[in-house]
Design a protein around this ligand. Structure first.
Ligand SMILES: [Zn+2]
Length: 362
């Protein structure tokens, strides 16, 4: 018979072992969800498969927009911590796996850039640099958005200047990477009202236009620098170019979209025409008005079934429905067909690509 003290010791050791095992499990779980999982998901993306030319390989560029780093006035600290960790891990994993040569963030880098004091802005810049730190082989460019310096009516010179000091771009600039030309535009300076910001940006745009024209031997080119090789530029800015709305989207059963307001959700028609006329971009990328994709995601979650955006759910039946104290209570039977994710199918014999059927009551 073990003595009482021995039994106590065995219990204590067992308890300690259980705590150690639980800690190890918890650590592994957190490590998997907060680190490994990003690699598993992001590694399923790839660069487009284009014809390779060893002499002149394609330029690999990553575009992001509207990162909206939360500031000191809005949001809960835990929300900030969580969001920034997810943004940091997604960005760092993508950069590590895909090694882009340049990363462009198309405006609204900060959520409260127009409101913060100078020391708070410096803190913002520091967080931005940590979050989006890139290896030496990658160049990072931040483009100005309305949350960084305000809409045109609120873009004070002081706000523009401090953005310029940190990001070296607040007007219109030309950037050439391996003979591919990018024109970076401050959309807030495209109001066309002749203000200090707009007149300088327009004059920069005209200078760049002259460089493009002279690179094609057009016009009077005295004292105008030329490019070693001309190709149509890629336009990068925060506001989208003018369009009436995104109503014409060809999505499944789209909800009615509002008309866009010039100078708010999109650039004015006049400025869009001016940019087109002066630099003839081959393609344009922007951020800011992002209801299109967001609606796609929302619709996928909320539309009735059958829903081509959520093909896993194959049927729903109402079992019981009643109103109690003005609240609608529904019991539905949802039948869904689903697969394990591709990575899990590869890793497991059980989940080898067969669909699984699930019928549940909600
Ligand atoms: Zn914006």
């Amino acid at each position: 018979m073990p003595r009482e003290s021995t039994v106590m010791t065995m219990y204590a050791v067992g308890g300690l072992l259980a705590i150690i095992l639980a800690t190890i499990h918890l650590f592994c779980l957190v490590f998997f969800c907060e680190y490994v999982f990003y690699y598993i998901v992001i590694s399923q993306c790839s660069w487009p498969d284009i014809q390779k030319n060893d002499q002149n390989p394609p330029l690999k560029v990553m575009l992001l927009a509207d990162t909206h780093l939360l500031g000191p006035y809005r949001g809960h600290w835990f929300d900030k911590l969580r969001r920034e960790w997810q943004m940091y891990r997604s960005f760092q994993t993508a950069v590590e796996l895909f090694r882009p040569e340049a990363v462009f963030i198309l405006g609204d880098l900060f959520d409260e850039g127009k409101w913060v004091t100078d020391p708070e802005f410096s803190n913002y810049v520091e967080r931005y640099q940590n979050l989006f730190s890139v290896p030496d082989s990658t160049k990072l460019f931040g483009i100005v958005g309305n949350h960084d310096i305000g809409f045109h009516y609120e873009a004070r010179q002081r706000l523009t200047k401090r953005f310029e000091e940190s990001f070296h771009t607040t007007g219109v600039s030309l950037l050439t990477l391996r003979d591919i030309h990018f024109v970076l535009v401050n959309s807030i300076a495209m109001e066309g009202d002749g203000c200090y910001l707009c007149s300088e940006a327009e004059s920069q745009l005209r200078n760049i236009s002259r460089i493009f024209r002279c690179s094609r031997n057009i016009g009077n080119c005295k004292d105008v620098p030329t490019l070693s090789s001309y190709s149509k530029p890629i336009l990068l800015q925060h506001y989208p170019l003018y369009r009436e709305s995104d109503r014409d989207c060809q999505e499944h059963d789209p909800i009615p979209l509002e008309l866009y307001r010039e100078r708010w959700e999109v650039l004015s028609q006049e400025s869009s025409d001016l940019i087109g006329e002066l630099i003839s971009p081959r393609i344009a990328f922007s951020g800011h008005s992002h209801n299109y994709c967001r609606l796609t995601v929302t619709q996928a979650a909320w539309r009735k079934y059958p829903n081509p955006m959520n093909q896993g759910v194959i049927g729903t039946d109402v079992v019981d429905r009643k109103v109690v104290n003005g609240v609608l209570h529904t019991h539905r039977l949802v039948s869904s067909k689903w697969y394990f994710p591709k990575w899990a199918q590869k890793a497991s014999v059980i989940a080898s690509g067969h669909p699984y059927w699930l019928i549940y009551k909600e």
